[in-house]
Ligand binder design. Structure first.
Ligand SMILES: C=C1C[C@]23C[C@H]1CC[C@H]2[C@@]12CCC[C@@](C)(C(=O)O1)[C@H]2[C@@H]3C(=O)O
Ligand SMILES: O=C(O)CCC(=O)C(=O)O
Ligand SMILES: [Fe+2]
Length: 337
């Protein structure tokens, strides 16, 4: 394709995003073997809501295999991918981003969501070779789960809370989600949007990105800041449920993915939530008369429903005594509703 179709043009040529940071304000990179790692993680969650981790213990080979599986999936012919299309009201499968319906323009990306077992959809993609794909997915989920638990205990620790205060944190969560994203090369990347600005509904999200820039985080007072790929590092996002749990101390970060003219970019997000029947509410240790709980209790599945319905107003929809406002989307075109 030589020209960007109008259906995918988010920005006019003269309102390309301006970066608030001129390289000064950078998303923290944390070595998980640092002696003061808990403090570093807490500070990053408080000031940014996103950070990169190195020495995370996830085998490099497994991440590479996951990336390879992802590349193989997205290079399948479109007819094949459509065999595994997400059902109209379903969660798993191939398709456009779930949040697409909230925007008037189309995003320059395709995705494959895996909740629960990948087998059903994988069999449709690869009637013969599905089992090696599924093996990689299962192993990746297992490793990510270990890392997510470790990060959660650091995060809770940084809030002055122990795993004993949050019994569910040691339980096995519900099947987490894996979101594979593909951003093909784009003839007019300055006017297109790969994945529009959003926060994740999770407690936290762990993301692997290929060696192509595109991911950006929004920081209050600074603007959009690129999160450059670092070899062997993973990106960790604070999600809405952690924002609720920390009574707003740790902010779920607004982020988006831009596209590239010459490089096909891929990312793999592991979306980590609490067990599905557990009510998440601000930690009692963090609330008192001066700091009343800001959110009502909500379960993971209830919150996903709120997100599907209200999108950027989902957090305020569970907020106690506060106006219904969402983040504004000044930087990425018009938003519907
Ligand atoms: C477990 C989840 C979390 C979901 C919905 C469901 C499966 C796919 C996840 C994502 C992944 C891409 C961004 C997001 C905003 C989207 O559109 O789909 C995420 C959403 C959420 O964090 O709300
Ligand atoms: O592709 C990226 O870097 C971002 C993906 C993302 O935000 C998501 O899948 O939730
Ligand atoms: Fe995200």
């Amino acid at each position: 394709m030589e020209e960007l179709p109008e259906s995918h043009a988010w920005l006019s040529l003269d309102d390309s995003p301006s970066y608030g940071s001129l390289g000064q304000d950078q998303v923290p990179v944390i070595n998980l073997n640092s002696p003061n790692v808990m403090k570093l993680v807490g500070y990053a969650c408080k000031t940014w809501g996103v950070f990169q981790v190195t020495n995370h213990g996830v085998p490099v080979k497994l991440v590479e295999e996951m990336e390879g599986a992802c590349r193989k999936l997205f290079t399948l012919p479109i007819q094949q991918k459509l065999q595994a299309a997400r059902a109209p009201n379903g969660v798993s499968g191939y398709g456009v981003a779930r949040i697409s319906s909230f925007f008037p323009k189309l995003m320059w990306s395709e995705g494959f969501t895996i909740v629960g077992s990948p087998y059903e959809h994988a069999r449709k993609l690869w009637p013969e070779g599905y089992s090696s794909f599924c093996d990689v997915i299962e192993e990746y989920k297992e490793e990510m789960n270990k890392l997510a638990q470790r990060l959660m205990s650091l995060i809770l620790g940084s809030l002055g809370v122990t795993l004993d205060d949050v019994k569910w944190a040691t339980l096995q969560g519900p099947s987490p989600a894996l979101q594979l994203n593909s951003y093909p090369t784009c003839p007019d990347p300055d006017r297109a949007m790969g994945l529009a600005a959003h926060t994740d509904s999770t407690l936290l999200t762990i993301l692997h990105q290929t060696n192509t820039s595109g991911l950006e985080a929004h920081k209050e007072g600074t603007g959009w800041v690129p999160i450059p790929p670092i070899r062997h590092a993973l990106v960790v996002n604070v999600g809405d449920l952690l924002h609720i749990l920390s009574n707003g101390l740790y902010t779920s970060v607004l982020h988006r993915a831009m596209v590239n003219r010459t490089q096909h970019r891929l990312s793999v997000a592991y979306l980590y939530g609490p067990p599905s029947n557990i009510q998440i509410s601000p930690l009692p240790k963090l609330t008192d008369k001066v700091h009343p709980p800001l959110y009502r209790p909500v379960t993971w599945s209830e919150y996903l429903g709120a997100k599907a319905k209200h999108f950027n107003k989902a957090l305020s929809s569970v907020r106690l005594c506060a106006p219904l406002t969402g983040f504004t989307n000044d930087h990425n075109g018009v938003q519907v509703g």
